[in-house]
Design a protein around this ligand. Structure first.
Ligand SMILES: [Zn+2]
Length: 302
């Protein structure tokens, strides 16, 4: 399973039943949290997210609507007995903020926080496992801000079990087949790899573009992603206000999705001034039809 679940989709002020930004990416049985606005713990409970499975938390930037829930979550994880280290990624001052909050309360956590600072204007790979890698990249906001790309690693070929059996290849050789090697069967014949395997399925990608102005420099980072989240704080008639506040409008987000040739766009970070958010989807669809609202509780499979 590779999916993203929306916990909060509002900007600055929690309102209209909408919580500030937070999402959880699920990859098989591992959970990765992106941003942790105020109230995220309540949303975790509401949508039955297994919080003990969250080992990595990525904070895009230090505006409160993206991290005011973090210290509460850290505290709760300790109270419920977490012992595994928690990996947190964010601007360098985030570490100072967390330490200050813990020190003021004389709180000693049961687990270690392993903090990776994201330096302004930097970009690269934050995390790389056997089957998943997480990149980060800059977005254009009033303070340093980062987007994240979750990319599957698929380098094993798929074995066609019936064909492999017919060709008399013992199961012990299957891992060699997955690596693309040819094999000798029980009769001593050379079996070409492509006869018994298929190329790996294409690696899937999810890109989270955080808070940002309209910025075509995002395009190479998110190019051809299966799913992209882009903020739409305002409808198009508020273009001026969006630009002033380093945010994007509906048509700007849709244009980025179109130019980046992505499969699907989800939109969020709605300004508190909007009670009804359906027009956001309608406006985006005039440019990029495969757009959906990042509704709280929704899970988008990638
Ligand atoms: Zn924000």
């Amino acid at each position: 399973m590779f999916a993203v679940t929306i916990l909060g989709n509002n900007s600055a002020v929690p309102t209209n039943e909408r919580y500030p930004t937070s999402q959880v990416v699920t990859y098989h049985d591992r959970l990765f949290m992106i941003d942790c606005g105020e109230g995220t713990q309540m949303q975790i409970a509401r949508y039955k997210i297994r919080r003990s499975k969250i080992d990595h938390i990525f904070i895009s930037h230090l505006h409160g609507d993206h991290y005011f829930g973090l210290i509460g979550l850290i505290n709760s994880l300790s109270l419920i007995g977490r012992v595994n280290p928690l990996y947190i990624y964010g601007s360098p001052q985030l570490k100072e903020i967390i330490d200050l909050q813990l020190n003021c309360a004389a709180t000693v956590l049961n687990f270690k926080i392993i903090f990776t600072p994201l330096l302004p204007e930097s970009t690269g790979i934050l995390l790389e496992g056997k089957d998943m890698r997480v990149h980060y990249f800059n977005t254009q906001h009033r303070i340093p801000c980062f987007g994240f790309l979750f990319e599957e690693i698929k380098n094993k070929r798929k074995i066609l079990p019936d064909k492999a059996r017919e060709s008399g290849i013992p199961a012990a050789y299957f891992s060699q087949l997955q690596q693309g090697k040819d094999c000798i069967n029980k009769e001593g014949e050379l079996i070409k790899n492509e006869l018994v395997t298929e190329p790996p399925t294409p690696a899937r990608k999810y890109a989270y573009c955080a808070d940002t102005l309209y910025d075509e420099q995002l395009i190479p980072h998110i190019y051809q992603s299966d799913l992209v989240y882009h903020e739409t704080t305002y409808l198009q008639d508020q273009l001026h206000r969006a630009t002033q506040r380093f945010h994007s409008t509906t048509l700007q987000a849709a244009t980025i999705a179109l130019k980046a040739n992505v499969k699907k766009l989800i939109i969020g970070h709605f300004s508190s001034k909007y009670e009804d958010i359906n027009s956001f989807e309608e406006e985006c669809k005039t440019i990029f039809p495969n757009t959906e609202l990042a509704v709280q509780g929704a899970t988008f499979c990638i």
